[in-house]
Design a protein around this ligand. Structure first.
Ligand code: HEC
Ligand code: HEC
Length: 246
């Protein structure tokens, strides 16, 4: 049964956007995750792997992305306060995995769930990912704003390089083939929330090795690491000055 749902999303810059989507039934039951026995992180099956293998169509992806833009913004910048992550610059594999995990009830995201399930099939996941990949990386994003930013960034660099670099890379570039996210240039608040959720077992689609790595980190240490990561530049094509002002 298809239900019709009306969403009103308030955006500081874009005013009020009203979205109408049809949505198939209530949110998915919670699939098992990181804390359950036999959980396999990133099992190589299902719509995720189908989508990763398909060639995305940017033009179709742009159309499918329209509904996403209400939260992640049309340019994929998300919100500097971290409520919505920046998507521009993220690896297509990561985008697809996170969408598929949300659809499957493996990553809890009640805000986005009704929109994620509107995507029809693996081809549409591939199309949206291809479109997002084509977006330039916005020049600005949410950073750590305390007066001790320089010290936090220096402390965060040391902590990051000990345990996180081996997967997320020297410059926070992640690894497309391994589904490791880019974390450079993401919004500070979003990074801090995700790391805390991963450490505390709330993000149930996490990589178990990362959970082990991040367990000993205190909240203060995570603040410093987030400050450092947000100070890095996302790899890829940055938007031109002029385009950024529109
Ligand atoms: C109603 C707001 C909303 C809409 C519409 C929405 N999202 Fe999201 N999305 C979110 C939120 C909130 C998060 C972060 C959830 C969290 O904190 O774990 C997110 C996270 C994501 C992530 C994970 C990013 C990462 O770095 O891990 C991807 C990928 C994503 N969204 C893609 C999409 C796509 C594609 C669409 C359109 C089909 C879409 N979203 C529509 C709110 C939304
Ligand atoms: C074994 C590899 C590995 C290690 C080590 C690792 N990570 Fe991760 N990290 C991942 C993967 C994979 C994901 C995405 C997990 C998923 O699919 O949800 C992730 C997700 C994240 C995210 C969320 C990104 C997003 O866009 O949502 C942040 C932030 C992060 N890691 C920071 C860290 C920090 C800080 C450390 C060091 C303490 C660390 N990671 C160590 C593999 C790793």
């Amino acid at each position: 049964m298809k239900k019709s749902l009306l969403f009103t999303v308030l955006l500081g810059v874009a005013g009020v956007v009203t979205l109408s989507v049809s949505f198939a039934g209530p949110p998915a039951p919670k699939a098992a995750g990181i804390e359950s026995k036999g959980y396999t992180w990133n099992a190589q099956d299902g719509e995720k792997i189908e989508a990763v293998k398909l060639k995305g169509n940017k033009v179709n992806g742009e159309e499918a992305y329209e509904v996403c833009g209400a939260c992640h913004l049309p340019n994929g910048a998300g919100r500097p306060d971290g409520t919505f992550p920046q998507l521009a610059g993220q690896h297509t594999t990561v985008l697809i995995k996170q969408m598929a995990d949300t659809r499957a009830g493996l990553r809890d995201n009640p805000t986005m769930y009704p929109f994620a399930v509107v995507l029809t099939d693996p081809q549409e996941l591939a199309d949206v990912a291809a479109y997002i990949e084509s977006l330039c990386i916005p020049l600005d994003h949410g950073k750590y704003e305390g007066s001790d930013a320089a010290q936090q960034i220096a402390k965060g660099k040391g902590l990051y390089e000990k345990q996180c670099l081996e997967c997320h890379g020297k410059n926070g570039e992640g690894d497309k083939a391994k589904f490791y996210p880019v974390i450079a240039g993401q919004h500070y608040n979003y990074l801090l929330t995700q790391m805390t959720h991963i450490r505390d077992g709330k993000r149930r689609n996490s990589n178990p090795e990362m959970v082990v790595a991040i367990k000993p980190y205190t909240d203060d240490m995570l603040v410093a690491i987030s400050a450092y990561q947000a100070s890095l530049k996302m790899p890829g094509a940055m938007c031109a000055e002029k385009a950024a002002k529109k």
